[in-house]
Design a protein around this ligand. Structure first.
Ligand code: ACM
Ligand code: ZN
Length: 763
């Protein structure tokens, strides 16, 4: 009994103090926990911990740096000055050897104190990051004005799903300041991402100081001008302005230390044998032709790559000696992607090496190149990572593969018992468009909305449980051809990085996109406070076409917390427009306009969908060859659904993409129908290996008409085709003949072109 009464008195006393404190400041607005990435397990308990000047931080010695970090965050972010003497109320960092997992932690918030348990400093740091998200976002920019704050009682047990949780940044196409690199790393660390892949060398610029080869910084770090607009815009135009820069070795050390303090490992990428035109501009003798060449001024894949002669290996070993001394991590990324074999085929040095080493062809020569560099790097105690092209011609014995051209590289490598990291273009290329809004800034192409990033499963279905162990994790890639400024990088990376953090950290069983969106809305407050220019499409309206029992419907989706209002007469929706409840029935040409509204105003841009209710809409369509899995739209009917895809985002759900193949479309109109015109369109984005077909043949089974149409070699981004006819027919067949091999001098030269087809309009 006595014990009970004592406890009651203490609780009353605490409540009284809490009440008193809250009279002097309004600090008791407790943040509702919604931590990103979502912890493995968490239990929210009643009550809170009052963080104020009577709080002190205690820690096991190993965690002194994390404790300092925590103290600085609290004191810099608010008016709270923690007690320097040990108090009754503590935030304790405790070493716990028996926790499962190298990066695991536990965070316990109780009225009497906060405990963070971890096996090592990584776990302790992640404990702090979770605690940080239980504090108001105003701590992030030092605008929390009170001298106390209540923290929700909670019990978290957490550990990551994957050990490699990466973000990449290309500083070759555009160069970013040391301050911005630090901001990027800081934003990664908040999301418990642990690897920064720093893409330091490119055709368009060499960005790291190498003392032994000063021309890399005098010449290779600068290009004389830069392409204006999109690569597909013809003719190419340039800005005439010298552009460049590089990081000194002192700056690199500073960044590596900054990252290490945030438990982030930096992996430098030194590209070889391709994407090396900038290096060749400084040292032309490293190329096959040895002819002078400029740092590249436009984007793409270039024929001039390192020659396989001895002086190249000496150069690269010297470069790597300096690089390895700067980066203490285990991995060096050696690139290996997109290296055309054009020069090697006609180079007497390279052909000599092929003979000398008994190699079959230039692909084996690439393997020889990579294996030789791997041996050197391994001899210095480091491991290599390469893009999935390093599989071609045989994989270097200890290499880790970064799978970017889909997931097949990951499957092949894991089956050969090599470690893999997943960065497929379909889910991890944050340089693709993220919204269908026409006002989006110019991007390279493709379409990767937030929900698709969130849906990513880094373990390919093709792998057995044992093979899946070779999947280290996944990474988001930010290629910066079309990102000139830090603000633009932020726009493309956020919030997709936030979604990816949950893919690589959280338990896949708990994944729930709607729940994630709610937590993300709160996380935006934190990004606002940190002045991050993230993209916010959460309230945007999206539409989906459905055919149910011959009925054409459009269903609309927006944010759960907002309502959608719409019109069908082309007028702008207002708060007084019709509220969306059930799918909209379409029976004729219609323009849908819709937007999200809160109780007083419009909070999204206007969703606009023009539906051309032509004669093939809702009819049957079949294909003799299926489109590529990544570019299969919403099935074959996507090209007779009355909706045109975007001119820019060939990857959206209206386009069908075929990899190097001819195909035939058959449309069954259900009954004999008078046809007056057939219109269709092809994407012709040559930078992305996409070409309009060479020929299209239209025929009408049962009729004699047969209409071959030659297509002129066009430089336009979209090629439209219209055929006027006067035929009555039930069936229409359209045979599409692939462009063929991409000619020399263009991206993807030597490979078969892709064909992308959009709506076939029958009038
Ligand atoms: C790559 O995107 N070229 C790896
Ligand atoms: Zn050569």
């Amino acid at each position: 009994m006595r014990n009970f009464r004592q406890t009651t008195q203490i609780i009353l006393w605490i409540t009284f103090i809490n009440l008193l404190t809250s009279c002097f400041n309004d600090s008791n607005e407790v943040i509702k926990p919604g931590i990103i990435p979502e912890p493995l397990s968490q239990q929210i308990n009643e009550g809170s911990f009052l963080l104020d000047r009577n709080t002190s931080i205690i820690f096991d010695k190993e965690f002194s740096q994390i404790a300092e970090f925590t103290k600085a965050f609290i004191e810099n972010g608010s008016k709270i000055k923690l007690s320097v003497n040990k108090t009754a109320k503590t935030i304790s960092f405790i070493k716990d050897e028996v926790l499962q997992g190298e990066e695991a932690y536990q965070l316990l918030v109780k009225p009497k104190g906060i405990i963070i348990k971890a096996k090592n400093s990584r776990g302790a740091f992640y404990g702090f990051q979770s605690l940080r998200q239980l504090l108001p976002a105003t701590f992030e920019n030092a605008t929390f004005k009170n001298n106390a704050v209540s923290i929700q009682n909670i019990e978290i047990k957490d550990a990551p799903r994957f050990k490699y949780r990466g973000m990449h940044l290309d500083v070759g196409r555009h160069f970013f300041s040391v301050d911005f690199i630090k901001k990027y790393i800081d934003l990664m660390a908040m999301l418990k991402m642990n690897t920064f892949h720093w893409h330091l060398t490119e055709d368009q610029g060499w960005r790291i100081e190498i003392k032994k080869y000063p021309k890399l910084n005098e010449i290779a770090a600068y290009r004389k001008e830069t392409l204006i607009g999109h690569y597909s815009d013809q003719p190419h135009q340039f800005d005439g302005k010298k552009y460049g820069g590089f990081y000194t070795q002192e700056e690199v050390k500073d960044i590596v230390k900054y990252a290490s303090d945030r438990q982030v490992t930096v992996i430098p990428e030194i590209e070889m044998p391709g994407h090396s035109q900038a290096a060749l501009s400084a040292y032309p003798h490293l190329g096959c032709t040895e002819k002078p060449i400029d740092v590249a001024t436009k984007w793409g894949v270039f024929d001039d790559i390192y020659c396989t002669k001895e002086s190249t290996f000496k150069f690269l070993e010297d470069v790597l000696d300096e690089v390895m001394a700067l980066f203490p991590g285990k991995y060096i990324h050696i690139g290996g992607d997109e290296a055309p074999k054009t020069r090697w085929k006609t180079c007497k040095n390279c052909q000599h090496v092929i003979k000398r080493e008994g190699l079959k062809d230039e692909h084996e020569l690439q393997s020889y190149f990579i294996e030789r560099m791997e041996k050197y790097i391994n001899s210095k105690g480091k491991q290599i990572i390469g893009w999935d092209e390093i599989l071609e011609g045989g994989l270097a014995p200890n290499a880790t593969v970064m799978s970017w051209r889909g997931i097949s590289g990951a499957v092949t490598a894991a089956k050969q018992h090599h470690d893999v990291i997943l960065t497929p273009g379909s889910h991890c290329y944050f340089d693709h468009y993220q919204s269908t809004k026409e006002s989006e800034p110019t991007a390279i192409g493709g379409f990767l909305p937030l929900e698709k990033v969130y849906s990513f499963n880094p373990i390919p279905d093709e792998l057995t449980k044992d093979e899946a162990k070779y999947v280290l994790g996944a990474q988001g890639n930010v290629w910066t051809e079309y990102m000139k400024t830090p603000e633009h990088v932020e726009y493309m990376a956020f919030p997709r990085m936030v979604a990816l953090s949950e893919v690589v950290w959280s338990d896949a069983k708990n994944k729930d996109y709607d729940n994630f969106k709610l937590r993300l809305e709160n996380y935006f407050n934190r990004l606002d406070a940190k002045n991050v220019n993230y993209a916010n499409h959460l309230s945007e309206v999206s539409g989906k076409i459905n055919f149910d029992n011959g009925q054409y419907n459009v269903s609309l989706k927006g944010s759960n917390s907002k309502v959608i209002k719409y019109t069908l007469d082309g007028s702008e929706p207002t708060i007084n427009s019709k509220k969306y409840k059930t799918p909209i029935k379409i029976t004729k040409n219609t323009t849908i306009k819709a937007a999200s509204f809160n109780t007083s105003k419009k909070v999204s841009s206007i969703y606009k969908q023009i539906i051309d209710f032509h004669k093939a809409v809702g009819k049957n369509i079949s294909l003799d060859v299926q489109p590529s899995k990544q570019y299969s739209g919403n099935g074959a009917s996507s090209i007779i659904n009355g909706i045109k895809g975007s001119n820019k985002r060939y990857g959206d759900k209206e386009w069908l993409g075929f990899a190097g193949k001819d195909f035939e479309v058959t449309i069954d109109l259900g009954k004999e129908t008078k046809v007056e015109s057939i219109t269709t369109r092809f994407h012709n984005g040559r930078g992305n290996w996409i070409y309009a077909p060479s020929q299209v043949v239209v025929s009408f089974p049962g009729n004699d008409e047969f209409l071959p149409l030659e297509i002129e070699d066009s430089k336009e981004n979209i090629v439209d085709l219209k055929l006027d006819t006067k035929v009555t027919t039930r069936y229409i067949k359209i045979k599409v003949v692939n462009y063929g091999i991409i000619p020399p001098g263009y991206a993807g030269a030597g490979n078969k072109a892709w064909t992308f087809i959009d709506e076939i309009i029958i009038e």
